[in-house]
Write a protein that binds this ligand. Structure first.
Ligand code: SAM
Length: 254
């Protein structure tokens, strides 16, 4: 018995639509979305397209009318509800542009709920381009089949972040100084601390002594080691988020 090909094919284009979607609705696309579907993916009448809205979930649609620079997609039905996003924030000092884009992309793929760029004493990166970061986030979510986008905060001073820290949220503070002390086992920290969480990663130059003390003074601060080597900030962010997702996130099948 030949295997019945899955429908929609895995290769069907998948797009984020920044508007609430619903079964039976028609949506008209123009601009970059239309260009991508018509010129890059060269979709034909009746071809399937998957859509998600970061509000209600993911839907299957098909091309019902094609123009030169716009098209109509007819939404057939919902394929998935919006995912239950693991309650993890990534608070990280911006590093050089390309690497920070990479952090945002990877954090999105790994499933974080919120990304907070943190201004620290040694942050070297002048400004962020939120729209560019959001575009990387959307592209990553489209590719990894997320149905939700992380929220992206504006650049936030470390002092302001800590002053308004939620009482119920653990802050796993990646401290590159503690490995030698034998303190900071991430595995033990994950076992000991469940519930809403955040990971804090410093800039290329690390946190200052004053910042280190300020972070540790937070009641919910949990200093953790990422091993004996000094990792680049982007490597540290990826490693810490992965550890948390495996230990407390949604990587373990329910
Ligand atoms: N101050 C470091 C040094 O001595 O060169 C550089 C900081 S490192 C490039 C950037 C950030 O990654 C650190 O602030 C820390 O948050 C995290 N990090 C890097 N390696 C780590 C490790 N082995 N354990 C815990 N955190 C680490």
């Amino acid at each position: 018995m030949p295997a019945i090909p899955a429908y929609p094919p895995h290769s069907a284009p998948r797009l984020y639509i920044d508007a609430e979607l619903s079964e039976g609705a028609d949506i008209r696309l123009d601009g970059p979305h239309a260009h991508y579907l018509l010129k890059v993916m060269r979709i034909k009448h009746g071809d399937p397209v998957k859509l998600f809205d970061d509000r209600t979930g993911e839907y299957l649609a098909h091309a019902s009318a094609l123009g030169k620079r716009d098209l109509i997609l007819a939404i057939e039905g919902k394929t998935r509800d919006r995912e239950a996003v693991p309650d993890l924030w990534l608070c990280t000092a911006p590093v050089k542009k390309d690497r920070f884009n990479w952090i945002v992309e990877k954090a999105t793929e790994l499933g974080v709920a919120r990304i907070v760029p943190v201004q620290t004493e040694r942050t070297q990166t002048p400004g962020l381009k939120p729209e560019k970061l959001r575009a990387h986030m959307i592209e990553a979510a489209e590719q990894c089949e997320r149905t939700a986008l992380p929220s992206l905060d504006p650049l936030t001073k470390l002092t302001a972040l800590l002053e308004s820290w939620p009482a119920d949220r653990h802050l796993f503070f990646a401290d590159e100084r503690i490995h030698a002390t034998g303190e900071g086992s991430f595995r033990k920290a994950l076992v000991a601390h469940d519930g809403p969480a955040a990971i804090l990663i410093g800039p290329e130059g690390g946190f200052s002594d004053a910042e280190n003390a300020m972070i540790r003074a937070l009641p919910r601060s949990v200093p953790v080691s990422l091993g004996p080597r000094i990792l680049r900030a982007d490597t540290a962010a990826l490693a810490a988020v992965s550890l948390w997702m495996a230990g407390r996130g949604d990587w373990t099948p329910a």
